[in-house]
Design a protein around this ligand. Sequence first.
Ligand code: NAD
Ligand code: IPM
Ligand code: MN
Length: 351
Amino acid sequence: MNTSMSHVVDVIAGDGIGQEVTPAAVRCIDVLAVRHGFDVTWRDRPWGSDYFRKHGRMMPVDGIEQLSDGDAIFLGAVGTPDIPDVETLWGLLIPIRREFLQYINLRPVRVLPGVTSPLRADKQVDLVIVRENVEGEYSEVGGRLYRGLPEEMAVQESVFTRAGISRAAAYAVDLARSRSGRLTSATKSNGIIHTMPFWDEVVAVIAGGAGVEVDKELIDALAARVVLRPESLDVIVASNLFGDILSDLAGAVAGSIGVAPSANLNPPKDHPSMFEPVHGSAPDIAGKGVANPVGQMWAGAMMLEHLGQASAAADLTAAFETVLASGTRTRDLGGTATTEEFTSAVVAALA
Ligand code: NAD
Ligand code: IPM
Ligand code: MN
């Protein structure tokens, strides 16, 4: 990991609106680099579904190796309606998360200034989801039998390891300690009788005596609580699938999934970490120039923080918050600004 003032970042804009929001965030970071006196070398990786159409794969055979000496990866989105998601996501996004042991997926959720939550105005939303990012329900263990026959079947095994749960829980405990001291563990140990009781046991061991107040909540009830009492939540630790679903739910509760950011972290910094918005390629609005770039910009701010550029990160967050507060908003937030208009306003706020 490079701790100097010059950073090498691989950019995978990817598919759909990834091609629109990624350049928008890169533009802001370039302005910040000049202002804060650091340097970013962007290594543009034209990987994704177009690459797949030409080469039959989502990235080159040695794609992971090419990324391995960079300081961070900045990803837009992956996925396109005419290619199965198993090809696209399991050919790019998921291998990067796994090969680089990005076992924490950090997803902060806040109602930003100028944004109206669909909830009652008096509800505060300021929470962080710590999602286990490399195992759990997203496993490759399983298979299909009797394809195409009436007897056809599919089996998909969940894989939960003590090491995997422990490191996610430990990260969440530390984060909770640095915030309110409250941690909520998402579980389903009433219906999923092997893996989820194990999750609960390991979380309890890690959190025991750590000085945080832990409550475990069944995921169904927790989903309702995110809507009804989001102010009662601070740090949530969740398995891969539960964390995924809670992220879009909490993002929507905070106004739009278009603003939600995400950091795929390899905490020991043995490998590059990856920063991306929570949302996907949004084929329904792709190419129209109306995508909200805030999720990508906020992910960019998390990346700057990770690279040791905390004051640039704070400036970027302040700039998009100022623009939102001034009433310039994209359609998903009830405004009329295009991606380009919003981005130009952020660049102007940075100047
Ligand atoms: P999505 O997040 O792409 O879109 C869901 C809805 O939210 C759509 O109506 C979309 O228009 C809207 N939306 C999303 N981002 C927005 C933004 N920045 N501004 C305004 N509106 C926005 O989810 P989906 O439709 O379920 O998935 C589309 C494709 O993306 C699929 O192939 C899916 O697998 C993939 N995907 C990829 C990632 C990723 O690369 N990290 C994440 C999620 C989904
Ligand atoms: C996310 C996405 C991915 C996930 C998909 C596209 C595989 O939804 O990053 O939230 O579930 O991890
Ligand atoms: Mn998701």
